[in-house]
Design a protein. Structure first.
Lengths: 324, 324, 324
C-alpha cells in the first residue's frame, strides 16, 4: 500500500491506550503500535484484524503480532499472533483507525479549492471554472475540463484527459488516463454502523488508484477504500454510469460496460469482460479471463477463464440451455 | 402534508367552474372548493379522487365530500361522498390541479438564480459558483459545495453538507443531512399522459422532504411528488446512482445501496435494507424490517420482517434453494 | 444520414492508397473513393463493409461497389460488388475511417468553449457560467441552464429547455425538446479494439439526433454513433439515469423509464414502453408497440405488438405464469 498522504496519521500509540478505548482489561507488557492495517499489509509493528475464515491464508502469512478478532477465531488466531478479543471486530477496527487517523471522519469537500495558478502547471491546459485544492500534482500535456474540481493532494499523470464536471479526491491517476464528464472519484465508501438514531460512519483512509491508459465513463462513481485502496488496473476501460464501491480491486485490460455495479471489497482479475447492468456482490473473487454476461448477478466467486450469465450467474452454456 | 410554498395556489373555485372544465353538466347547488388533494389529506372543503380499490380504506375515512372517480366506482364512492364521474380520473385530476395551481406546469429551472448574499447567511459556508434562488433558507453550520444550485424557497436545516454540483429544487431538508456530489433532487416526476403528437405533462405540485441525519449518494436522482410529497425518512442512507421516482415514501433507518431504483408512489417502511441494483415497482407497499437482496425485482407487496431476493423477488431461502 | 459538420473529411482518396494501409496487394484499376459508409447510406462512390449475415438485405440493395468483408462472405459479397478481403473487418473499417476523417480520434472536450455572445442569440436565455463552442446554433425561446456546456457546431431548435450542468457535443436537437440536469449527450461510444498494452479507439464520426418534443432525463448518457448516428425519435420521453450506447436508434412516442440501458446499435420501433432498469442487448431489433417489463433483459429481437418481461425476456403471460 502506498504511503497515505491524504490523511494525517498520529505517531505510534501505546497498546494499553488501544485496549482502553476498546474497554478491554490490559494485562500485557505495554508496547508502541505504529498503525492499523489489513493482514496483508501490516508490518510487525502494526495491529491487524481478522473477522472471516476467508482470510485464513493471509492470517498465516501476516507479520502483525496483535490481531483484533472475535471469540470464534480466538484459538485459530492464537497460532499466528496474539488475539485481541472484541464483540464487534469492524466496530473496534473503526475505533482504532480513528485513534490513528483522528481526522478520517471529516469527509466533507474542499471548500477552499481555488482557481489554478497557471504558472505552476506548465504544459497543462485548464478549462473554465476549474478548482484545485492544495498540493495537486498534474503531469505534462494533461488537460482538465470545465467546472472540474480536484481536491488537495490528488496526483494526475501526464497525457491525461480529465473531462468536464469531474470531481477527484483522494485519488492517484497514472499516465494517459481519461476520466469522462460527470464522474465522481474518491468519495468515501458506503460503509457505516447502523444505529437507530444516527448511523456511525466508518473511517475511509484508503485512496483510489487508477492505472495507466485506463478510462472511466461519464457519470460513473468510484469510492475510495476504507483500510485498503480501491484499485483500477492498467488499460482497463469502464463505460458510463458504472459504480465501483470501496476497496474493490480490478485488474488490467478489463472491459466493463455501462451501468455495471460492484459492491465493496471484491477483487477482479485481468482481461475480465462484463456486460451492461451486471452486478458483482461484495467480498467476491473473480478470476482472470472471465466473461460475465449483461444483466448477470454474480453472488459467488468465479474461477479463471469462465464465462457466466444469469441471476444468479451460472455457466453461460447452462444459462442458454435453460432459457431456450 | 406541509403547506406548499413552491406553487402559487388560486383562491377557492366554484364547483360549477370545475364541472365546466371537465365538460360535465352541472345540476348541483354551487359551492366554493378550496383545493384538490388525495383522500388522506383532503379537508371537507377540498375535492378528492379515487381510481383504484387499493384506496378503499382511505375512501372510508376521507373528509372530502366531492370525489372524482369513474363509473366503475360510482356506487362505492356514493356511500362516502358525492361522486363526480369522469372517463379518465388522472387526466381530470390533472386538469383540476392546473386550475388551482395555474403555474404548476412551468417546470423549467431558476434562470435568475444568483450568487448568495453572504451577509444574509451567517455561519453558512459557500463554495465557488454557488447559485441561489429567492427566499432560500439555510441553517447554521451548513456548508454548500462548489457549483451547487439551490432554487427558490428550498429549506435546508443546520449542520448539513450539500456537496458539489448538486441541484436542489422544491425540497425541504432536515438537520445534519448530507447530499453528495452530483445529486439532483426535486425535479418533476416522470408522469404524463401519452399523446401521439405531444405528451401532456402531469402537474407535480409535491415536494421532496428529507429527514434528519440522512444521506443521499453521488449522482442520485429524487423526483418530487405529483399531488403528495416524495419523502425520505430520518437517518436513512442512500448510496450512489439511486433513483427515487415521484411520490415514493421511504421510512427511517433504511439502507439503500447503489443503483437501486424505485418506481413511482411506492411506500417503504423503516429499517429496510436493499442491496445494489434492486428495483421496486410502482404503487407497492414494502413493510418494516424488510431485507431485499441485490439485483432483486420487487413486483408485489412485501410484509414486515421478510427477507426476499430474486426477479421477481421471493422468499430468500426459497431463492437460494432454487438456485443451488 | 445528414451531412457531418462535426468532423473534417478529406477529399476523395485513391483506392490504391486504401489498399496500401490495409496491407493488401492492389491489382485493380485505380479510382477515387469518396467516403466510407454503411451499406444503407453508401453511394456508388463510397466504400462500404459487411461483417454479418444480418446485413444481407442491405447488401442486396447497396449502391457501394467496393465492400470490405472477410473470407467467409467473399462469395456472397461478390454477387453485389467487389469484395475487399481483410482478416478483421471492423479494424480495417476503423483504419479507413481514420484516413477519411483524420481528426476523428481527437475526442477530447472543447477547452476553448467560452461565454456566449448574448447579442448573437436573440430570444435565447442563458443561465450563469454557460460555455459555448464555435458556431453553435440555438433557436428562439430556448433557455440554457447554469453551468451547461455546448460544444462547437451543436444545433438546438426553438422552444427547448436545456437544464443545468448539461453537456452537449456532436448533437442536433429538434424543437420543444427538454434535456434535464446533468445529462451528457454526444460523447464517443464505448467502442475500441482491445489490446494488451493500449486499447485502440474506434473512430466515432456519428452524431446524436433528438427529435421534436422529446425529453431526456437527469444524469442520463447518450453516446454518439460510430459510422451511423444515434437517434431519438419525436415525442419520445426518457427518464433519469438511462444509458443509450452508440448507433442506437429509438423511434417516436416511446416511454423509457429510469435506469434502462441500451447496448450499441440496437434499433427500437415507435410507441415502445420500457420499464425501469430493463436492459437491451446490442444489435437487436425491437418492433413497434412493444412493452418491456421493468428489470427485463432483452437478448433477442422482439416483433411488433409484443409484451415481454423477464431475464431473459419472454412473453409476459408466460413470465407471470412461471413466477406465480
Amino acid at each position: 500500500m502506498k504511503i497515505n498522504k491524504f490523511f494525517h496519521k498520529t505517531n505510534s500509540i501505546n497498546l494499553s491506550k488501544i485496549f482502553k478505548i476498546l474497554n478491554l482489561k490490559f494485562n500485557l507488557k505495554d508496547i508502541k503500535i505504529n498503525d492499523i492495517k489489513d493482514l496483508h499489509n501490516a508490518s510487525s509493528k502494526d495491529l491487524s484484524f481478522m473477522n472471516s475464515i476467508k482470510y485464513l491464508d493471509l492470517l498465516k502469512k501476516t507479520k502483525s503480532k496483535y490481531i483484533v478478532t472475535n471469540l470464534k477465531y480466538k484459538k485459530l488466531v492464537s497460532k499466528y499472533g496474539k488475539p485481541i478479543i472484541v464483540s464487534n471486530v469492524l466496530k473496534s477496527v473503526a475505533d482504532i483507525t480513528l485513534l490513528f487517523y483522528p481526522y478520517s471522519l471529516d469527509d466533507t469537500f474542499d471548500i477552499n479549492a481555488s482557481y489554478p495558478n497557471i504558472k505552476k502547471f506548465k504544459n497543462v491546459k485548464f478549462g473554465k471554472h476549474v478548482l484545485l485544492g492544495k498540493n495537486v500534482n498534474i503531469g505534462k500535456n494533461t488537460i482538465i475540463g470545465h467546472n472540474t474540481i480536484i481536491e488537495s493532494n490528488v496526483k494526475i499523470g501526464s497525457n491525461c484527459q480529465i473531462g468536464n464536471n469531474v470531481i477527484l479526491k483522494f485519488t492517484e491517476i497514472g499516465e494517459n488516463v481519461k476520466i469522462l464528464d460527470g464522474a465522481v472519484v474518491g468519495k468515501k465508501g458506503f460503509g457505516f454502523f447502523p444505529n437507530d438514531k444516527y448511523n456511525q460512519r466508518y473511517p475511509h483512509i484508503g485512496m483510489v488508484l487508477i492505472g495507466n491508459n485506463s478510462e472511466i465513463g461519464c457519470n460513473s462513481t468510484i469510492d475510495r477504500g476504507s483500510l485498503s485502496n480501491t484499485i483500477i488496473g492498467k488499460n482497463t476501460f469502464i463505460d458510463n454510469q458504472v459504480h465501483i464501491a470501496h476497496n474493490v480491486k480490478i485488474g488490467s485490460n478489463c472491459i466493463i460496460t455501462a451501468q455495471v455495479g460492484f459492491a465493496g471489497s471484491s477483487v477482479v482479475g485481468s482481461k475480465v469482460q462484463i456486460g451492461g447492468q451486471a452486478g458483482i456482490s461484495g467480498h467476491l473473487k473473480v478470476g482472470n479471463n472471465v466473461q460475465i454476461g449483461g444483466g448477470s448477478g454474480v453472488i459467488k466467486n468465479i474461477p479463471d477463464n469462465c464465462k457466466v450469465m444469469g441471476y444468479p450467474a451460472k455457466d453461460f452454456r447452462k444459462f442458454l440451455k435453460e432459457n431456450k
